[in-house]
Design a protein around this ligand. Structure first.
Ligand code: AGP
Length: 605
């Protein structure tokens, strides 16, 4: 996905737009650009790579003007080049865009046939060429923008800037988030409120299909039917929206360190007033359902995979699991007694949002577990459950994963108790186990130096395996994903029992194999699998607790975790999975917070 910004300011806007783009860079960083109108003249600067390159360019080639739009890109159509960088311009109009225009090829053919000269490979350029054509036909900017929007299929958050229009930006939202900021004699727009947190705390979230005309006097908002409407101005907590590293080397390091506090807050938020039970929205009805459907992407999906074990064991609920990008295309069988739960840190992942929209007409309840309560997924759910992890900027999800697990565990306990599967005594015991999570996570974080040393040899690794059984299996998947996405080392995860059915052919001298295995009912079987690896000279790293390490015998590379109740093991063992990836990436010198090819939330399918 990409980040877009617009400012109608009372000062030079390029530095303000640059700062706002810095707060959106987690959304994509393949290229960046700004366009301004200065004394009626439209101009732009663009640079490939991170924002620092655009900032350098602006030093040598300043871009004056008090009205402007800006963009930071995650490439979809066309590689990261200057020509493909936004803002795109044609004649008297410039545009920045987050999303995908699905009918851009047909539009491009039509426009080319009409004589348009395209400079880029992007879908976005068709937008600005179309608007330019309408302007040339004599339409005024607002009409040209409206006529353009009517021709677009797909998802977009857009901002238009016109030559000669010092006090106007037109913006539109369809499928990708967009908010308006209200200043004092200034107006702003951004892909999210984080971008505008240094400028204002007064935010209007545009609804699906909305478009708006911004002037310094305010915003005129029109709904999907073109009727003028009004949208609430809310005050955001700029402190929580303010993002910095708080002295850590990376956002990821900060966010891992925040986990004890975040998990404590999540627990506090959902514990009953007397801190005994679980306080969840009354609309959640686990008694009347016959099946749960859990849908997410990436790390969110692995949280769902852990939760499947919990819901089936603790609540006797059948659980169907799917990655969002597959879910709706397999034509799942859905019914009014199903509850669908969507897990998403950003709440804007296009695949997950599309899956939610597919399920909603067919299931009885649509629940979301999200980190952004104002996000599209949250707003389109019947019940949205915030995880209260605070802004997560590092592309690799850490605190959102463990906080999502905490909330999913609470849901599983509530379901088990409501459905009579858990006695009051079991329910209360398990809630206390969940209350102990923050302390155990803090203990796991204290192992960081051991993990840093343990992962030094990974700097030269080409392939790494992760193994686990039960809830440690999805955790192994999460560990492999973390390692891949920030260190670029190829990693795979298997259910430990599955290794002998083929993947064991991969084991060779010194191949690193991480095994997550607390001393639980599956421990002995996992250790047998570990011995199969060691018998073939694989280099085993055993992550277990004191009893497990004692039982496992002579395993040279070992990491001791605190002894924890079975329920919370996947939450606590997420910490070594995160730290292994983090330090492997440091040893390799990759960009931990903004790994290549990635973006924090993928708002395109
Ligand atoms: C996680 O570390 C990855 N960055 C990625 O898999 C992410 O979990 C996935 O894109 C889903 O994002 P979401 O939680 O915002 O929906």
């Amino acid at each position: 996905m990409c980040g877009i910004v617009g400012i109608l300011g009372n000062h030079e806007v390029s530095p303000m737009i640059l700062d706002a783009l810095r707060r959106l860079e987690y959304r994509g960083y393949d290229s960046a650009g700004i366009a301004t109108v200065n004394d009626g003249v439209l101009d732009r600067r663009r640079a490939v790579g991170k924002l620092i390159n655009l900032s350098d360019l602006l030093v040598h080639e300043p871009l004056p003007g008090r009205s402007g739009i800006g963009h930071t890109r995650w490439a979809t159509h066309g590689g990261p080049t200057v020509a493909n960088a936004h803002p795109h311009r044609a004649g008297r109009v410039a545009v920045v865009h987050n999303g995908i225009i699905e009918n851009f090829r047909a539009l491009r053919e039509e426009l080319t046939a009409d004589g348009a000269q395209f400079d880029s490979e992007t879908d976005t350029e068709t937008i600005v060429q179309l608007t330019s054509q309408y302007l040339d036909q004599g339409m005024a900017p607002v009409q040209a923008a409206r006529a353009t929007l009517a021709r677009l299929d797909g998802a977009f958050a857009l901002a238009f800037l016109f030559e000669g229009e010092q006090d106007m930006i037109i913006c539109a939202r369809r499928g990708s988030p967009l908010c308006i900021g209200h200043g004092d004699g200034e107006m702003y727009l951004g892909s999210d409120a984080i971008a505008l947190a240094e400028l204002t705390d007064r935010i209007t979230y545009l609804e699906e299909g909305d478009w708006a005309i911004l002037t310094r006097a305010g915003a005129q908002v029109f709904d999907a039917e073109g009727q003028q409407t009004s949208r609430a101005v809310t005050r955001i907590n700029v402190e929580s929206a303010r993002v910095d590293k708080s002295g850590h080397k990376h956002f990821m390091a900060k966010e891992m360190a925040e986990q004890p506090a975040v998990l404590k807050a999540a627990m506090g938020y959902y514990s009953g007033l007397d801190h005994s039970g679980i306080d969840l929205p009354e609309a959640l009805d686990f008694k009347g359902i016959d099946r749960l459907i859990l849908v997410a992407c990436g790390t969110g999906f692995y949280a769902c995979q852990v939760a499947k074990y919990w819901f089936e064991k603790l609540a006797g609920l059948p659980v169907e699991l799917d990655i969002a990008s597959e879910f709706r295309y397999r034509e799942p069988v859905l019914g009014p007694q199903n509850m669908a739960i969507f897990v998403s840190q950003s709440g804007e992942t296009a695949d997950t949002l599309a899956a939610l929209r597919h399920a909603k007409p067919h299931v009885g309840q649509v629940v979301s577990v999200v980190n952004v309560p104002t996000s599209s997924i949250a707003r389109e759910s019947t019940v949205a459950l915030p995880i209260h992890a605070g802004p997560e900027i590092g592309v690799a999800s850490t605190k959102a994963f463990t906080a999502s697990l905490q909330v999913l565990a609470l849901l599983a306990l509530r379901a088990g108790h409501d459905r009579g599967h858990l006695s009051d005594e079991e329910f209360n015991r398990l809630i206390n186990d969940l209350r102990s999570v923050p302390g155990y996570v803090a203990q796991a974080l204290d192992r960081e130096e051991e993990i840093r040393r343990m992962t030094e040899s990974l700097a030269q690794a080409r392939d790494v395996l992760f193994l686990g059984r039960g809830t440690m299996y999805p955790l192994a998947m999460e560990g492999a994903l973390k390692l891949k996405e920030i260190s670029y080392i190829h990693a795979e995860a298997y259910a430990a029992g599955e290794l002998k059915h083929g993947p064991i052919a991969l084991i060779e001298q010194d191949l690193p194999v991480f095994i997550f295995a607390p001393f639980d009912a599956l421990f002995e079987k996992t250790i047998s699998n570990m011995q199969e690896v060691m018998a073939r000279q694989g280099k085993v790293f055993l992550v277990s607790d004191a009893k497990g390490l004692a039982e496992a015998g002579d395993v040279p590379h070992r990491l001791q975790m605190p002894t924890v109740p079975d329920l919370i093991a996947p939450i606590v063992y997420a910490v070594p999975a995160q730290l292994i990836a983090y330090h492997a990436a440091l040893h390799r010198g990759t960009d931990v917070d903004q790994p290549r090819n990635l973006a924090k939330s993928v708002t395109v399918e």
